[in-house]
Design a protein around this ligand. Structure first.
Ligand code: HEM
Length: 416
């Protein structure tokens, strides 16, 4: 019952082709599912030194979900779930159906091989990235899985930030799965089937669809725009800047805990944008709030998109060209102890509220070597003029284990 792969690649060939170029900058077109067949059919290797979906050039679509593990599950049960998820994810990333024989990972949890709605679709650049939340390690003082002592010291619920308007139903989770693809049907199919596999063992807590990646994570990509209309991702940590990635994104072998080496910390924030108010703000004011030109993305101190901002530069009247309360000034590594992160967020529009305003915004996702990087920048952004048009309504943090070798399951070192 193997599904035929469409497009230019067989699964193995695609993996090899992308793997040869270190998984960066290859094959998946920035424009998404409408791109030529070859690009849309690209498959990224699931196995590697790091999990896919972090430095992978950001795909066009997201389905992100968090899960709570059933209170009846024990350590072996949790390991079994991670094994089944890993096996299924490795197949899905190749554009295959979840299972050949209908019994995922040999368990009895999943009668049919696949739900079927992605049959005939190519891999579409699908990546599946798993994360472990603080509550997986210990919840309510209970060490359910015998891993409380192995919780990374930094993996705790994020502190409360000024202006937070968090909704409990959009926060937290024992586990998370980030599915990114260039076809929304493929991303949703992945989350749906992984939820199905987890039936009776873990249940969906909250989930978020996203479109139109808001960050480049590769110099091979053009900078996309967020729903404020500004280029987003210009100064991001990029996959090709391997020194920056090593310094700011991956947990090093010398960091604690050792089982997380090659991994990262993922912060998710559902940030509502009050776009109706934003749309009444004049262009000059919008640019002042961001600190960059809306058209070109260049810093207001001059130059082109990739010119470094000059925060000292002053206009004829002696006022700084980049406002000290602008987003770019406050988020810049200068003033944040050099803190950087890899941003990988998506736009969302989830219908409208009772006032007839779009429930729209940025589903902010960032990967960093330590949660402290996000915390430092987010604290600095308390003075951000943009806040008048933003509301943080969802929040979660996860430790993302390092890459998975064939035959292993995600987070295997944690249970060793
Ligand atoms: C830069 C928009 C939230 C961190 C930028 C840029 C824009 C932007 C337009 C300039 C282009 C670029 O370099 O990417 C937004 C919007 C947000 C938001 C609309 C909310 C809806 C956040 C949050 C954080 C963050 C929550 C982290 C706590 C950064 C960083 C930069 C940046 C680190 C690069 C600064 C630099 O080095 O120049 N953002 N952002 N942003 N943003 Fe945000």
């Amino acid at each position: 019952s193997r599904r035929q792969l469409l497009g230019l690649f067989g699964a193995g060939a695609a993996g090899a082709a992308v793997g040869a170029a270190a998984g960066a900058g290859v094959a998946v077109a920035a424009t998404g599912a409408d791109a030529g067949t070859g690009a849309a059919a690209a498959a990224y290797p699931f196995h590697g030194a790091h999990q896919a979906g972090i430095v992978t050039p950001a795909q066009d679509r997201l389905h992100f979900a968090t899960f709570d593990v059933s209170t009846t599950l024990d350590r072996d049960g949790l390991v079994g779930l991670l094994q089944d998820w890993t096996d299924a994810a490795a197949r899905l990333a190749q554009g295959l159906e979840v299972s050949e024989d209908g019994a995922v990972g040999g368990s009895d949890y999943a009668p049919p091989a696949d739900t079927g709605e992605a049959l005939g679709l190519p891999a579409s650049g699908l990546t599946i990235t798993f994360g472990f939340g603080p509550t997986l390690f210990e919840a309510g003082g209970i060490d359910r899985f015998g891993i409380a002592a192995r919780r990374p010291a930094e993996l705790t619920a994020l502190p409360r930030f000024q202006g937070d308007a968090l909704q409990p139903e959009r926060g937290g989770g024992d586990l998370c799965i980030q599915a990114c693809a260039d076809d929304p049907q493929v991303a949703v199919h992945a989350i749906r089937n992984l939820s199905r596999i987890a039936f009776g063992r873990a249940s969906l807590r909250w989930s978020q669809l996203g479109f139109g990646r808001t960050s480049s994570t590769s110099t091979s990509q053009q900078t996309p725009r967020n729903l404020f209309g500004f280029k987003d991702g210009t100064a991001n940590v990029k996959a090709e800047e391997t020194k920056d990635v090593a310094e700011h994104v991956w947990v090093a072998a010398s960091d604690e805990p050792a089982w997380l080496a090659g991994g990262s910390y993922l912060v998710a924030r559902r940030i509502r944008m009050i776009i109706e108010n934003w749309d009444r703000v004049q262009l000059g004011e919008q640019e002042m709030l961001v600190g960059r030109s809306k058209g070109s993305g260049a810093p207001l101190s001059g130059g082109t998109e990739f010119t470094e901002p000059d925060f000292e530069a002053e206009g004829p009247t002696g006022t700084p060209l980049i406002d000290p309360a602008s987003h770019v000034r406050l988020a810049h590594p200068t003033g944040n102890g050099g803190a950087r992160m890899l941003r990988r967020g998506y736009n969302f529009v989830d219908g409208n509220d009772e006032l007839g305003r779009l429930d729209a915004g940025l589903f902010f996702l960032s990967f960093q070597r330590s949660p402290e990087q996000f915390i430092t920048v987010q604290r600095s952004l308390a003075a951000d003029g943009l806040n008048e048009y933003l509301k943080h309504v969802g929040s979660a943090i996860f430790a993302v284990p390092g890459g998975i070798r064939p035959g292993e399951h995600v987070g295997q070192a944690l249970f060793a």
